[in-house]
Design a protein around this ligand. Structure first.
Ligand code: AMP
Length: 452
């Protein structure tokens, strides 16, 4: 087939056979965040470029190399969001959310755009679930964020992620650290890439996350920020750790984590996969950004947040062999023979759907044989065939496609009778699923949603 065009490099289609996984994941993430008091925020897919240049930092890889930036028809420089925090922080300021009770807790699911080299787990359009807490300096908030991420992984049954934490200090201790980094990288001046040479003068810490193989090799031996923390930052980090200990959250201290965005201060963390199929993949990360709101023109508002890549989360889920529930199946397919029966099938489907039952009938004018073939392909749980004589008799036999059992239902009371059967079969499935401890909680939620 000679296609006129294809999807843009680094973008992905989520096809109908898989989209239920994204839907389940998104609902789950927002539901768990809601239990922690987070409310959803939706911000535009594009912003003025200066928001990211200022917020994310104009010496970061994201801003210098990866942004989708263009001039709109009015000559304004516009950028597709490369991450979610800057937009949420702008909205927090623009709409005066700082006047609401603090801390303000917001969460979102957004698409993000980065012009990176596409590879497994790295796309040019990807999706993030993010949470932001505006207006608290307390280390309890840092631990609370991590515990939210932990809860999400536990709920989904993901157990091969390692939490790595670090502290990258505040502007005060960062000044000392920058001096040490500068001295270290000065001796490799000949080998650093052009971008990093510029960073050496303006922001040597950003050399640490340069993706060029030579720069990253040099960076591997650079001084670590943990050795330069001031007393306040040290104390904050100790307190975060004691909250994590109290919550029985396991972590590893990784002094090399600096995160690739300029706004971070103090605590930073990442969730790294240890599954052999996705080893080293960073599924999520975040930290504190006490200076960002001020940087964007607001009052000093200590804040923090994290983001998880949904595509990465799904690949870790798949690598661990976790089946997500929620695949949409047809509850009943009503086949029909002839025009009168087709009208009857359409009416019954309408009534069943009003009761929350997934019902379909033939909308392609096919033979009954072809209709049944289709019902089988779409995985209909029950089927029936209505013909003129069934309408005359006022009843029809429905077939349970799993065990072949047939039940005759009166056409007059079809919707009520089938709905009760359907609830009963969902309850049976619930009872069966309870024997599988790992998935009990997932199936309960899914089925309870269906039973409502
Ligand atoms: P960051 O904003 O860079 O901290 O990224 C937060 C999360 O988004 C990461 O931990 C990844 O899970 C995900 N992520 C970042 N960049 C990409 C990308 N290019 N493709 C897919 N996921 C990404």
């Amino acid at each position: 087939m000679a296609l006129f065009t294809k999807a843009v490099k680094g973008t992905q289609d989520v096809l109908p056979a898989n989209s239920y996984k994204n839907r389940f994941l998104e609902n789950t993430l927002l539901d768990i965040a809601s239990n922690f008091g987070f409310k959803e925020i939706r911000t535009p897919v594009f912003e003025h470029t200066e928001l990211f240049a200022r917020g994310v930092g104009d010496t970061t890889d994201v801003v210098q190399k990866e942004m989708y930036t263009f001039l709109d028809k009015g000559g304004r420089s516009i950028t597709l969001r490369p991450e979610g925090t800057a937009g949420a922080a702008r909205a927090f300021l623009e709409h005066g959310l700082f006047n609401e009770p603090l801390p303000q807790k917001v969460c979102y699911i957004t698409s993000c755009y980065r012009y990176e080299k596409p590879q497994s787990g790295r796309y040019r359009e990807f999706h993030q679930f993010g949470v932001e807490v505006f207006g608290t300096p307390s280390p309890a908030a840092d631990a609370e964020l991590i515990s939210l991420a932990n809860e999400i992984f536990a709920f989904l049954g993901i157990d091969d992620l390692t939490l790595e934490i670090n502290s990258i200090g505040c502007p005060k201790c960062r000044a000392e650290y920058h001096k040490a980094l500068k001295a270290y990288f000065e001796s490799y001046k000949e080998e650093l890439c052009g971008t990093c040479l510029d960073r050496l003068e303006r922001n040597p810490m950003r050399i640490l996350d340069c993706k060029s193989p030579i720069c990253s090799k040099i960076a591997a031996e650079a001084p670590v920020v943990l050795d330069y923390l001031c007393d306040e930052c040290k104390e904050h980090f100790e307190k975060v750790k004691s909250y994590l200990d109290a919550l029985n959250i396991e972590y590893k201290i990784n002094p090399k984590i600096v995160r690739g965005l300029d706004y971070y201060t103090k605590t930073v963390f990442e969730f790294v996969s240890s599954n052999e199929k996705t080893a080293g993949l960073v599924c999520g990360g975040g930290g504190r950004y006490d200076g960002l709101i001020e940087e964007l023109g607001g009052q000093h508002t200590p804040s923090l947040g994290f983001a998880m890549g949904l595509e990465r989360l799904l690949s870790v889920i798949e690598a661990q062999g976790i089946e997500l529930p929620g695949e949409q199946k047809c509850d009943i397919y009503i086949a029909s023979i002839g025009d009168k029966a087709s009208l009857k099938a359409a009416g019954i489907c309408t009534d069943l759907r009003a009761e929350g039952v997934g019902a379909q009938f033939d909308i392609a004018g096919r033979s009954v044989k072809a209709q049944m073939k289709y019902a089988d392909k779409i995985g209909a749980k029950f089927t029936c065939v209505i013909g003129d004589d069934d309408i005359e008799k006022g009843e029809v036999a429905i077939k349970n496609m799993e065990n072949g059992e047939k039940t005759v239902l009166a056409l007059d009371t079809f919707t009520d009778d089938f709905s009760s059967m359907w609830v009963q079969s969902a309850a049976n499935a619930l009872a069966d699923s309870l024997s599988n401890e790992d998935f009990a909680s997932l199936d309960i939620n899914n089925l309870m949603g269906g039973l409502k």
